[in-house]
Write a protein that binds this ligand. Structure first.
Ligand code: NAP
Length: 175
C-alpha cells in the first residue's frame, strides 16, 4: 500500500476536472459528512465537478449514506447510483473513498472464488487515481482483504475520515 499525505491529495483534487466521493461506513463512524460537504464546496469554488457515488449497501442500514449526506445538505442531484456513476470513472480524475471498503472491493468483480463474487461494486479502480481515507489496515464488514489498496493507481490517506477531510479542505482553499 502506498501512503500519501493530505498536501499532495489536496493538489490532485484542486487541479482535477471531476472528483467522485464514495462514502462508506467509516464516513458514518467519523461523522465526516459535514466536513465532506465543505471540501466539496471548496472544490466547486475552483470549478471542479463533484459527484457522490452511492452504493446501495454502503454503511450499516438501507439509505445510510443518503440520510447522512442529506443532513449535510449535499444536493440530491449530486448523488449517483452505481449504473449511473460506474461508466464515468475512466473520465474521473480522482475517486476519493471515504471510509468505504467492501463496496469498492474489485474481487467481487474479478475473483469468482471470492465470497463476495458477483456483488455489484463502485468501480473506483477505473478512475485515473484513487485516494482511500481510512485509519489503517482495518477490514470491512466482510472481513476480506481488498486488492484495490495495492493497485498502481491507488494511494492511502491514513487517519480518521473527518480529520483528513478537514485538513484537505484547508489545503484546497490554500492551493
Ligand atoms: P466497510 O466495508 O464496513 O468498511 C468500512 C471501513 O471504514 C473499514 O475498512 C475501516 O477501516 C474504515 N473506518 C472505520 N472507521 C473509520 C473512521 N473513523 N475514519 C476513516 N475510516 C474508518 O464499509 P462499506 O464499504 O460501507 O460496506 C458496508 C458493508 O456493510 C458491506 O459489506 C455491507 O454488505 C454490510 N452491511 C450493510 C448494511 C446496509 O444496509 N447498508 C447492513 C448490514 C451489513 P479502518 O479500520 O482501517 O479505518
Amino acid at each position: 500500500m502506498r501512503e500519501v499525505h493530505s498536501e499532495d491529495v489536496a493538489v490532485q483534487l484542486a487541479y482535477a476536472r471531476q472528483v467522485v466521493f464514495v462514502p462508506g461506513y467509516g464516513m458514518a463512524t467519523a461523522q465526516a459528512q459535514h466536513a465532506l460537504r465543505e471540501l466539496a464546496t471548496a472544490l466547486e469554488d475552483r470549478g471542479v465537478t463533484v459527484k457522490y457515488a452511492i452504493h446501495p449497501v454502503a454503511g450499516r442500514m438501507p439509505g445510510h449514506m443518503n440520510v447522512l449526506l442529506a443532513e449535510a445538505n449535499v444536493p440530491y442531484s449530486q448523488l449517483y447510483e452505481l449504473d449511473q456513476i460506474n461508466p464515468e470513472f475512466p473520465s474521473t480524475d480522482v475517486a476519493v473513498v471515504v471510509g468505504a471498503n467492501d463496496v469498492v472491493n474489485p474481487d467481487a468483480r474479478d475473483n469468482p472464488n471470492s465470497p463476495i463474487a458477483g456483488m455489484p461494486i463502485v468501480e473506483v479502480d477505473k478512475a485515473r487515481s484513487v485516494v482511500v481515507l481510512k485509519r489503517g489496515r482495518g477490514k470491512g464488514f466482510s472481513g476480506l482483504e481488498n486488492p484495490l489498496f495495492y493497485k498502481q493507481n491507488c494511494e492511502m490517506l491514513y487517519g480518521d475520515a473527518k480529520d483528513s477531510i478537514v485538513q484537505l479542505a484547508g489545503a484546497v482553499r490554500n492551493a
